[in-house]
Design a protein around this ligand. Sequence first.
Ligand SMILES: [Ca+2]
Ligand SMILES: [Ca+2]
Length: 251
Amino acid sequence: MRPSLTAVALLLLLHAYGTNAADFAAKGVAPPTPVADYDFLGWLGDALGNGPVLERIGGPGTGYVEVTADGNTRLVLSVPEGAGLRLASGPLLPLDTYSIAMIVSLSSTNSYAKLLDTNALTVDSGLYARNNQLRYYTAGQATSTSFPDGVLRQVVVTRAANGTYTGYLDGFQQFSFDDSTAGQGTPISAQRLLHFLRDDDITGNSEESNAVIHRIRLFDSALSAAQVAALEANRGDLVSLFRRGNFESTP
Ligand SMILES: [Ca+2]
Ligand SMILES: [Ca+2]
């Protein structure tokens, strides 16, 4: 039987877009525009000029290091265990509706290592790596070990006004849960502080890993899955992530 014209057209379309689901979605949806974009190119400021400067907290040793990939060399921020970053976010984000994208690698994703805290370090709840997975303690747990040690990943979380909280790695959903009662602490608390790579005071700032952070982008909306996919050129290999993080080029 001869293939129908429709089937041929579909095959050509799949060929043009690639067969990767994230690729397909990325090409159909415009990449979302952040309200703040911390690129760590030798400073802690927002490249868009909207957000305040990040503050180094905790222990010593945070500093810029050069990394090379894809023929390019750039600065990134090394944040050793015991140190972290704080952002007094002010009116930048609605407290119950936001998305945060971090391009980061952790030396150890096996034990609990806190990536993001929205509660001024006053609760244990938050976004972690654990068991080589992305984890929201307590309600969100990835089912695959897709967060290996020492590998650059783009971590994205989205928080919608209806309470839906979803975590992604390199554009692929890892978990989603309903926090409409805010029992999991996903809203930004009244202090309006965001902490990155810093454990809370409840567990003694001990649940951390050495980390290298390439980029943090903040969005004042809950990105859709297609928009999250549009942040990825493809599966998020080092080269493509590096290229996007470095030079803002289109995929
Ligand atoms: Ca903790
Ligand atoms: Ca840390």
